[in-house]
Design a binder for this molecule. Structure first.
Ligand SMILES: [Zn+2]
Length: 450
C-alpha cells in the first residue's frame, strides 16, 4: 500500500425502540417470535384506503430522550412524516414512511451528529423462497445519523458502544435486536461507498476494515472508487455490490398527507439523568472503565453503586457492584431490579460498608451477600460477625501449623519465590474459617518465615 489515505466515515444507526405496537397501527411489534404474517392489518400491509394512526408515542418519546442526552436541538417546528418511494417485495405500499428530523446537531464521543428521526421498518423478504413476512412491516425505528467525520473503524466502534450504553441506561431498546447499521466510507480521491444492514458492532468494524483495504487497493492502482451501495456478508466478512449511485431525488420524497405533523417540542420527556456524566465521574474517581460501563448500562446498578459508594468509596463501590453484585445476579439469572428493593439494598450497603472498612473479612462478606440473594435477612448476623476476627495468638498458631505442614512451599518462599505466600494465606484462611483479614495473615506468616 502506498499511502495511508484519510478516511471519512459516517454511521446511520437504525434503533429498534422497546414498543408494544407498530409505528402507525396497533399491531404488535413482535417480529422475532410470532408466526409469519400474523401481526398484520390493512395499514401495515399497505392496503388501499387504510388510514394510519399518528406516530407511536413511545418511539417518539424515546427519540426525544436520546436527543436530550446527546445535547441535540429539538425541532421547534412541527415534524412531518414523509413517504420515501421505492419498489421491493417487502414493501407493499411502495413507499416507506420516514420523517423529518425530530432533533439535529449534538455530539457523541466528540463526533458531530446530524439528526435523529423516526421511521418504519419494511417487511422481510426471503429471496431464496420468494416468501414475504410482513410482521416486521411498520415496526418502529429511530435513525441516529452522524456526520461523516469519524476517522477509522475504532471511532465507529466507540460511537456504537456509547449508543448502546445510552439506550440501555434509558431502557428504551429491545435487548434482543438493538439496532442495525448502515455505514458510509470514503477515501481521499474516491467516491462515497455505503454498506447496508449490518447487525453487530463487530460487523461494522469488519465491514469498514474490508472497505478500507478494497478502496485503497483500487486507488493505489489508479482505478476509480465509484459511488455505490454494498451489502455485508457477516459469515464471509466481506462486502458485495448491491447497486450503483442513487440520490435523494430517486426516492421522490413527499409529506404523508394522512399523518398530521407532530409538535415534538411540546411533548413531556422524563429526565433520567445522563449516563455519560455518571461514567465520567466514576472513571475520574478511579473505577476501571470496564466496571463503570457495566454499572451504567443499568439504572438499578447505578442506584446500587450510589448507595454503596455513600458508605465506602467510589473505587470500592464500582468494583463491588460490577464484580460481586453482578456476579451474584448473573449466577442466579436475576435481573438487577432485584437489588433495588429497599430492604435488600440496605443490607447490601451495610455489608459493603463493613467490608470496605475492614470490619468484615472477604469470606464473611461474600457469604453474607449470598444469604441476601437467598432471601435471608442478615442484619442480625452482620452485627455479630462484624469485627469478629481471630486474635494475634491464633493467627500465629495457624501460621506455624501451615508452615510446618508445607515445608517445601516455605523453602521456596525463603529462596525468593515470595508469591507462594498467597498459597499459604489461602490455607490459613481455610483453617480460620475466613475470620481474618488477609493482610493480618500475611504479617503472621512473614514473621514465622523470617
Ligand atoms: Zn398493522
Amino acid at each position: 500500500m502506498a499511502l495511508v489515505a484519510a478516511q471519512k466515515i459516517g454511521l446511520e444507526i437504525h434503533i429498534y425502540p422497546r414498543t408494544q405496537c407498530k409505528m402507525f397501527c396497533a399491531c404488535s411489534s413482535d417480529f422475532l417470535h410470532a408466526e409469519a404474517n400474523t401481526n398484520v392489518c390493512p395499514v401495515c400491509t399497505g392496503q388501499p384506503g387504510s388510514k394510519p394512526m399518528s406516530p407511536n408515542m413511545a418511539c417518539v418519546v424515546a427519540g426525544l430522550q436520546m436527543a436530550r442526552t446527546l445535547s441535540m436541538d429539538i425541532s421547534a417546528s412541527p415534524v412531518s412524516t414523509l413517504r420515501k418511494h421505492y419498489f421491493y417485495p417487502d414493501l407493499p405500499s411502495n413507499y416507506q414512511r420516514t420523517a423529518e428530523p425530530l432533533a439535529t446537531g449534538g455530539k457523541l464521543q466528540g463526533f458531530e451528529l446530524r439528526e435523529i428521526h423516526w421511521e418504519e421498518d419494511p417487511g422481510q423478504y426471503d429471496m431464496a423462497k420468494g416468501v414475504v413476512d410482513l410482521n416486521r412491516s411498520g415496526v418502529p425505528l429511530l435513525e441516529l445519523v452522524t456526520e461523516p467525520v469519524l476517522r477509522n473503524p475504532s471511532d465507529a466502534k466507540a460511537v456504537l458502544n456509547d449508543t448502546l450504553l445510552l439506550l440501555q441506561y434509558l431502557e428504551i431498546v429491545r435487548e434482543e435486536a438493538p439496532f442495525k447499521v448502515d455505514t458510509n466510507i470514503s477515501l481521499e480521491g474516491g467516491e462515497r461507498v455505503e454498506v447496508k444492514n449490518i447487525n453487530s458492532i463487530s460487523g461494522v468494524v469488519r465491514a469498514l476494515e474490508f472497505e478500507f483495504e478494497r478502496q485503497s487497493d483500487l486507488l493505489d492502482r489508479g482505478l476509480p472508487v465509484q459511488q455505490e451501495t454494498r451489502h455485508f456478508d457477516e459469515i464471509k466478512m466481506k462486502t458485495y455490490p448491491m447497486r450503483f449511485k442513487e440520490t435523494a431525488e430517486d426516492y421522490r420524497y413527499m409529506r404523508d398527507p394522512d399523518i398530521i405533523p407532530l409538535n415534538v417540542g411540546e411533548i413531556a420527556v422524563p429526565d433520567l439523568g445522563n449516563p455519560f456524566t455518571i461514567l465520567e465521574s466514576m472513571c475520574a474517581s478511579g473505577a476501571r472503565e470496564e466496571d463503570a460501563r457495566a454499572i451504567v448500562s443499568n439504572r438499578d446498578l447505578v442506584f446500587a453503586y450510589n448507595r454503596v459508594a455513600s458508605g465506602s468509596n467510589p473505587l470500592f463501590a464500582s468494583h463491588f457492584v460490577a464484580r460481586d453484585l453482578r456476579g451474584e445476579l448473573n449466577f442466579r439469572k436475576m435481573p438487577p431490579s432485584f437489588v433495588a428493593g429497599e430492604g435488600r439494598m440496605t443490607q447490601i450497603a451495610a455489608i459493603a460498608a463493613a467490608w470496605s472498612s475492614g470490619r468484615l473479612s472477604n469470606q464473611s462478606s461474600t457469604s453474607l451477600l449470598r444469604s441476601v440473594f437467598e432471601g435471608r435477612d442478615v442484619s442480625a448476623e452482620l452485627r455479630t460477625t462484624e469485627g469478629v476476627f481471630a486474635d494475634e495468638a491464633s493467627l500465629d498458631r495457624v501460621a506455624a501449623e501451615v508452615i510446618s505442614s508445607n515445608p517445601d512451599v516455605a523453602e521456596r518462599y525463603r529462596k525468593g519465590s515470595t508469591e507462594v505466600i498467597n498459597y499459604l494465606v489461602g490455607l490459613c484462611m481455610k483453617k480460620l474459617e475466613g475470620k481474618a483479614r488477609a493482610r493480618d495473615v500475611v504479617v503472621a506468616l512473614r514473621r514465622r518465615l523470617g
